[in-house]
Design a binder for this molecule. Sequence first.
Ligand SMILES: C[S@@+](CC[C@H](N)C(=O)[O-])C[C@H]1O[C@@H](n2cnc3c(N)ncnc32)[C@H](O)[C@@H]1O
Length: 311
Amino acid sequence: MVFRLSPILQKVRPTQQSWLRRQYNDPYVRQRLSHPASYRSRSAFKLLEINEKWGKFLEKNDVQAVVDLGAAPGGWSQVVAGKMGWLEDERIDGTGPSSPLEGEGYGLNQKAKDERYSSWSVKDRDLVDTFDPLSLTETPGRVGKGVIVAVDLLRMAPIPGVHTLQMDFLAPKSSDIVMSALKTSANPSGKADVIISDMAANFTGNHITDSQACLDICFSAIEFASKTLKVADKQRGLRGGTLLLKHFAHPLLQEFRRRILVPNFHVVYYIKPDSSRSESAEGYWLCRGWTGKKQVQRYASETPHEDEFQQ
Ligand SMILES: C[S@@+](CC[C@H](N)C(=O)[O-])C[C@H]1O[C@@H](n2cnc3c(N)ncnc32)[C@H](O)[C@@H]1O
């Protein structure tokens, strides 16, 4: 079907018109709107695709603890909650007509809703130094396995089984808070099997500033991973943890891959999912089998010239 602007929309600016045209013609936007799972973001299809094509790493039996960094509005967390059995069928949002939680939640205050969904949300300033996740009571009627912790600067509406921390992941102490949130009776080691990061800073339009911001995010994620991911242990038949990391194409990031990721994982794949827009410089590294062989340390890097930026 050809996209035609209605007379009202013809009055909006050309840039807004081209955005509307792109949204209308995007098969993933249409799929999201019509999908029974009511995914909150188009990004959910990227994670579904990566997981499906690259070894179904979210569905392994031994996956007990997953951390979702830069999680809002919650599409990836919905996918993880679905894979870990917190949601019985494809109706992921817990709000729709075929949801196992149908009819629940209405008339409940936020605290009661969070308890009902085994989903709590806290802000860092409320919990630094006082947060004790083990004090949280187990939720009756919970259906899923393990623990899922989601982090974002923005507030996220609850998702069954997902514990949300609203905070700046790059701030000091944030990784300690996430680590304590991971330690529950369902995951006594407090370690993570899978860390997924779709975190992205707001673009300024300056490639050097934007690439440096992306590098900072990647460093924060790997520093956290180095403290948290399970290490491969052949004797115990334990797989090393997995990290899925969003980045943008730039020589600084290639250097990061070579110096930090490759020495610390069994394998590092570069993935550009079909569902990622071709005009976007974003890509993902899927890093399997954390070995932690090389200490993770930030290094001084020559900032490449603007011309070196690759689309
Ligand atoms: C592309 S969106 C994530 C979409 C998400 N994966 C989904 O499926 O709904 C990137 C997110 O990263 C978050 N973010 C960026 N910098 C952050 C930071 N320093 N700490 C926490 N979250 C951050 C943004 O607030 C934004 O919600």
